[in-house]
Design a protein around this ligand. Structure first.
Ligand code: KIV
Length: 264
């Protein structure tokens, strides 16, 4: 089977072929998602919450990320794996490069960094060193204390201008992908149209090039914490395989996310 790489993902954007991505943290789920056709797997620092049981992502370490990235890579040797740089592990360009390399050696194809235009110099530097980067904009869980709450982005005029500008500047700085979390539908539509690089969304409407869900949300493992943008695909009388296939199909056909799962 052909390996998934950034050129393929860029082609999907150009051909308007919508793709599904998901988080995974271990070998077994990574293998399942890979075998059933998910092309992009994120080893997210959400593991602090869904694996370690913390109430934020702030305690995740680089060692944690290396450990889980290695396991996920073993389950999905041909898929495109993105790994998060955790909180305070990219304080300057040198630290960002050193830690990105460690994640790449653990099996990642691309490194995801939460941030805004303040990380543009880091993105530029990583790009010069041939590291693929994904910039995570909108709701940024690593900023929880600064923001005070998890909120939707793009409703105020200021938010709207800021986030569109951020995405454009980060693309110019060399970012290879943008992930938008909880960004209102019309803003993520504008960003996806304006950028040449692929845009993946979570809680950001149906217009992004790809969609991503945290696997525990998609499988309904965290029922008591269900967010508006989440759809549980694993249902009574539906197998794990069918639920993953349905997720891929609904994203491809533009059926998920529906209006019910979108912030306007
Ligand atoms: O860490 C993570 O799992 C993420 C997703 C919410 C996209 O960043």
């Amino acid at each position: 089977m052909d390996k998934i790489n950034i050129y393929k993902i860029n082609q999907w954007k150009n051909k308007k072929f919508k793709f599904a991505a998901i988080t995974a943290y271990d070998f077994s789920f990574s293998k399942l998602f890979s075998d059933y056709g998910i092309p992009i797997i994120l080893v997210g620092d959400s593991l602090g919450m869904v694996i370690q049981g913390n109430n934020s992502t702030l305690n995740v370490t680089l060692e944690n990320m290396k450990y889980h990235t290695k396991a996920v890579r073993k389950g999905a040797p041909n898929k495109f794996i993105i790994s998060d740089l955790p909180f305070m592990t990219f304080m300057n360009k040198h630290q960002a490069l050193k830690n990105s390399c460690l994640l790449i050696k653990s099996g990642a194809n691309m490194i995801k960094l939460e941030g805004n235009i303040r990380i543009k110099k880091i993105i530029k530097y990583l790009s010069k060193k041939s590291i693929l980067t994904c910039c995570h904009l909108g709701l940024k869980p690593q900023n929880i204390h600064k923001e005070g709450q998890y909120k939707i982005y793009g409703n105020s005029i200021k938010d709207k201008k800021n986030i569109i500008q951020e995405a454009i500047i980060l693309e110019k700085s060399g970012a290879n992908m943008i992930l938008l979390e909880c960004v209102s539908n019309n803003i993520s539509k504008i960003i996806t149209k304006k950028l040449k690089i692929p845009v993946i969304g979570i809680g950001s409407g149906k217009h992004t090039d790809g969609q991503i869900l945290v696997m525990h949300d998609m499988l309904g493992i965290n029922k008591e914490k269900k967010h508006k943008f989440v759809k549980i695909f694993l249902k009574k009388n539906i197998s794990l395989k069918e639920s993953i296939k349905n997720y891929i199909k609904e994203v491809k056909l533009g059926k998920f996310p529906s209006k019910k799962h979108t912030f306007f």
